[in-house]
Design a protein around this ligand. Structure first.
Ligand SMILES: N[C@@H](CCC(=O)N[C@@H](CS)C(=O)NCC(=O)O)C(=O)O
Length: 228
């Protein structure tokens, strides 16, 4: 059975959504990043980048959420757009846009606002600005079509949903007022039974909730290592 290495964080939750939507049987294996489990040798052999999600499907190992979504969609033939070069180009562009833009900038916006030991206005504003800019691009796209690629719900919508559903944590309460089209799509996906199962998957395992010294060391190792 497909092994799904996960936590309740945004990137693994996108994969849980796909697995539930596709009805693929899977074994959910918790990786408690607050207990440094992402740095254990067994997990590093699966994802040398020490982050979730990752999957092992027979002799195939895939890490990074967009790569996993593409792999699972290709494998099952589900949640893909029509088979044309034009649609494939759009699919890849928006998948990589989420991977390289939406996810990292939203993550850093949360980091500098909530976790950085010093509240640096420059860093807070830079990442909030870029996160807001990226969400604005998604919102404009969804003003003209039901889903990111048109009329069909695809892995791009799952990828977008993963981070966007946490909008108040990223840009604060009230931020949704600026992205009404994106909110429409996110709310629609969140209401799907598969999304509810994906979001509550983490309740099957007891993940650590405190952010103590062990967690800080595991997740923010730069705190104890000066590089520049
Ligand atoms: N590019 C990766 C990013 C994965 C990622 O940042 N995962 C976070 C959870 S959302 C994580 O494992 N954090 C633990 C850590 O950084 O130690 C993806 O899209 O899967």
């Amino acid at each position: 059975m497909l092994k799904f290495y996960y936590s309740g964080a945004p990137n693994p939750t996108k994969i849980a959504l796909f697995l539930e939507e596709a009805g693929l049987p899977y074994e959910a294996i918790p990786v408690d990043t607050r207990k440094a489990e992402q740095h254990k040798p067994d997990f590093l052999a699966i994802n040398p980048n020490a982050k979730v999600p990752a999957i092992v499907d027979g002799d195939v190992t895939v890490f990074d959420s967009s790569a996993i979504l593409l792999y699972l969609a290709d494998k099952t033939g589900k949640f893909l757009p029509e088979k044309t070069d034009k649609a494939r180009g759009e699919l890849l562009s928006w998948m990589f846009f989420v991977s390289s833009g939406v996810g990292p900038y939203a993550g850093q916006a949360v980091h500098f606002r909530n976790y950085a030991p010093e509240k640096l206005p420059y860093a807070i504003n830079r990442y909030a600005f870029e996160a807001q800019r990226h969400f604005g691009i998604l919102d404009a796209r969804l003003a003209k079509r039901k889903y990111m690629l048109g009329d069909a719900y695809t892995i791009v919508d799952m990828n977008v949903w993963g981070w966007s559903r946490l909008m108040p944590n990223i840009l604060g309460e009230g931020a949704w007022d600026k992205f009404k089209n994106l909110k429409r799509m996110v709310d629609e996906v969140s209401a799907r039974p598969a999304a509810q199962k994906a979001v509550t998957l983490k309740d099957r395992h007891k993940f650590k909730t405190e952010m103590d010294q062990e967690s800080l060391k595991a997740m923010f190792p730069h705190l104890s290592e000066k590089v520049a």
